[in-house]
Design a protein around this ligand. Structure first.
Ligand SMILES: C[S@@+](CC[C@H](N)C(=O)[O-])C[C@H]1O[C@@H](n2cnc3c(N)ncnc32)[C@H](O)[C@@H]1O
Length: 214
């Protein structure tokens, strides 16, 4: 990681040796840094693409709560057409990171505001993939987040949700509530850890593959 006046760059090397350079800010909300779940999901996408070349080429992807944008940028570097989304405050950071990594993108990547629970008229319905990393962390957001998933996803949309299991404070209760709400409209299965990237994996970081119930 390199540092320059409040900016920390997180480097993530791809299997082909190319390096994603993601700016993080030393001050700001939780979205200003890259979380471990984002690394695990990014490298999982790459492993999937490696096993099935072209899997993401030309596919439509929406990432929710993107923060720095790293997961969506990885997907766009694998050929997907991606919209990374977050609150207004994160737009400049996402745009800078897209711009700084543009030479690696074989698909496209754009940043947009999407506050969970608000209307999604500005988004094409039924993307091929919805990506979510480390977004299950406070109770008030759960119903709006699930509403956004219902509004965007069709039964064909593959939702990949990566989260870090945390045992402190309200985290276990927030996770329990998330699954309670998720089951109402979605089916899900956990991706076994031996299918995660061989290096970037951890027993407490889970990847769920979620589909809307038919
Ligand atoms: C823990 S950070 C994870 C960021 C990034 N996905 C990662 O894993 O590095 C959670 C992200 O969710 C976003 N977020 C929180 N509440 C939100 C809401 N109501 N609508 C949209 N985004 C929200 C935050 O701004 C933040 O970027």
């Amino acid at each position: 990681m390199t540092e320059e006046s409040g900016i920390f760059v997180r480097e993530l090397e791809r299997r082909d040796g190319a390096v994603l350079e993601i700016r993080q800010l030393s001050s700001g909300d939780v979205g200003c840094v890259v979380w471990d779940a984002a690394i695990v999901l990014s490298k999982f996408l790459e492993r999937r693409e490696c096993a099935d070349p072209g899997l993401f080429t030309g596919r439509s992807v929406v990432e929710l709560g993107s923060g720095t944008g790293i997961v969506g940028i990885m997907a766009a570097s694998l050929g997907a057409n991606v919209t990374v989304t977050d609150l207004e405050d994160l737009q400049d950071l996402m745009k800078t990171n897209i711009e700084n990594n543009s030479a690696l993108l074989t698909g496209s990547c754009q940043a947009k505001v999407l506050k969970w629970g608000e209307d999604v008229l500005d988004f094409s319905p039924s993307p091929d993939y919805i990506l979510i990393a480390d977004c299950i962390y406070y109770e008030e957001s759960l119903k709006p987040l699930l509403k956004t998933l219902r509004d965007l996803a069709s039964s064909k949309t593959c939702i990949l949700c990566c989260y870090e299991e945390r045992t402190t404070g309200k985290n276990p209760e927030v996770e329990r509530k998330f699954f309670e709400l998720l089951k109402l409209d979605f089916e899900y299965e956990e991706v076994p850890i031996d299918k995660h990237d061989e290096e970037y994996r951890s027993e407490d970081i889970h990847i769920l593959q979620i589909y809307r119930k038919k």
